[in-house]
Design a protein around this ligand. Structure first.
Ligand code: HEM
Ligand SMILES: *[C@@H]1O[C@H](CO)[C@@H](O)[C@H](O)[C@H]1NC(C)=O
Ligand SMILES: *[C@@H]1O[C@H](CO)[C@@H](O)[C@H](O)[C@H]1NC(C)=O
Ligand SMILES: *[C@@H]1O[C@H](CO)[C@@H](O)[C@H](O)[C@H]1NC(C)=O
Ligand SMILES: *[C@@H]1O[C@H](CO)[C@@H](O)[C@H](O)[C@H]1NC(C)=O
Ligand SMILES: *[C@@H]1O[C@H](CO)[C@@H](O)[C@H](O)[C@H]1NC(C)=O
Ligand SMILES: *[C@@H]1O[C@H](CO)[C@@H](O)[C@H](O)[C@H]1NC(C)=O
Ligand SMILES: *[C@@H]1O[C@H](CO)[C@@H](O)[C@H](O)[C@H]1NC(C)=O
Length: 308
């Protein structure tokens, strides 16, 4: 699928009306940007949003919002963040089923090049293919895509517990906040309205950003699961914390030091946890509440509003 962005460019200027509360974010913006609310178009919307969140904005034009991307180093709330070593095998941080993390390369399907062509990877068997297609599916569930679940746009087929997937990464509040900010900035770059960005940001933060959060259902077919992705001591404690259900959070070791940024220069400790605040960054991120008014405080209302 080689999506031509003229359609989006024309539609963006008309996507300013208020979203009716009985239409999901996915359905509303699929119709606004791609006209026909089909499964294939919903998948295209999620492809655009996920690929842009991962590698930064690549579609021309957008609404004038620059997205650095999850793979770009940046700042969040005064802390320098660099997530790439979790994705390229730099850290022993993937869960392959054992009792500690292992190094895996998730950029093994051609890296950014296929993403810029609105594809998940240059093949259908790489770690990259599996991860990126799972992200299309998972975020489609979060955004309430009504047509998901058939050949044109598969239901989510990945792991059910986001804690289990991410537990060997020992992610911090700054790392998770940076990731969520990139997702929100990506959506904003396609014209998603501020109120809808707030809903998405609050839902991501309350579902995945609260330490020790009680088991919660995200994918209805998968039932309640431990979902906390933010697990290091900087993460805010969930309201109904069930810490005994979670294992101890342990920093991942460095697997390939050449893939881990120079620790002296970047203020990143050997585990990847930032130890220095206020380091300057070439990437102009705002962090914190951000320019789009995303409140990063947990708001319980967020998730229900997504699943209309
Ligand atoms: C905060 C919201 C986040 C959500 C909703 C999310 C969601 C997901 C999902 C659905 C998968 C695929 C699981 C599967 O294939 O079974 C995944 C995998 C992964 N995520 Fe996240 N994630 C989030 C934050 C982060 C952050 C902050 C990082 C930091 C580096 C990260 C790194 C990864 C990596 C490396 C994988 C591949 C893990 C593996 O397959 O072993 N994620 N994530
Ligand atoms: C949403 O509500 C409006 C007004 O009540 C109604 O006309 C429309 O059919 C509803 N749409 C859906 C998808 O339920
Ligand atoms: C919209 O999708 C429906 C169902 O796939 C199809 O019949 C119709 O031709 C499509 N309309 C446009 C304008 O693409
Ligand atoms: C990213 O977005 C900014 C702001 O609209 C734009 O100036 C820049 O050219 C875009 N970059 C790419 C590669 O499309
Ligand atoms: C896809 O990308 C990988 C990693 O860059 C490369 O080794 C492989 O040759 C590429 N395959 C194709 C079909 O381009
Ligand atoms: C915490 O538990 C109480 C009682 O079960 C419930 O009413 C409340 O909604 C829960 N709060 C969260 C954030 O899950
Ligand atoms: C890391 O940066 C420090 C200070 O800039 C420098 O002295 C050191 O040689 C660098 N190490 C590597 C491995 O690049
Ligand atoms: C930003 O960092 C400060 C100080 O470390 C902390 O108190 C605050 O909760 C953080 N805010 C966000 C939105 O992460």
């Amino acid at each position: 699928m080689l999506f031509r962005h003229l359609t989006v460019a024309v539609a963006i200027s008309t996507a300013v009306a208020q979203r009716p509360s009985n239409i999901s974010i996915c359905d509303y913006y699929t119709t606004a940007l791609l006209k026909n609310n089909t499964a294939a178009n919903q998948k295209t919307l999620l492809t655009l949003v996920v690929n842009t969140a991962v590698i930064g904005n690549y579609t021309q034009p957008n609404v004038g919002i620059s997205v650095a991307g999850i793979l770009a180093p940046g700042m969040y709330n005064g802390t320098s963040v660099d997530l790439t070593p979790y994705f390229d095998g730099g850290f022993d941080s993937s869960n392959a089923g054992g009792s500690s993390g292992v190094s895996m390369n998730f950029l093994d399907g051609g890296g950014a090049a296929p993403l810029m062509k609105n594809m998940p990877s240059n093949d259908t068997t790489s770690n990259q293919y599996i991860l990126i297609t799972h992200l299309y599916e998972f975020f489609g569930v979060l955004l309430g895509c009504s047509m998901q679940g058939g050949a044109d746009y598969s239901a989510y087929m990945g792991e059910s517990s986001m804690y289990e997937v991410h537990k060997f990464m020992d992610l911090s509040a700054a790392e998770v906040g940076y990731f969520i900010t990139q997702v929100a900035n990506s959506a904003a770059s396609f014209g998603v309205a501020k109120d809808d960005l707030t809903i998405v940001g609050n839902a991501l933060n309350s579902l995945f950003g609260m330490r020790c959060s009680a088991a919660t259902t995200v994918v209805p077919a998968q039932g309640p699961q431990l979902q906390a992705i933010c697990i290091d001591p900087t993460c805010p404690l969930a309201a109904n914390a069930t810490c005994s259900a979670y294992g101890n959070a342990v920093e991942p070791s460095v697997a390939v030091s050449s893939l881990v940024p120079n620790m002296t220069a970047t203020g990143v400790s050997s585990s990847g946890t930032s130890s220095v605040t206020g380091t300057s960054s070439p990437v102009p991120t705002t962090g914190g509440a951000g320019v789009y008014g995303l409140s990063m405080a947990a708001v319980a209302a967020g998730f229900a509003a997504l699943l209309l």
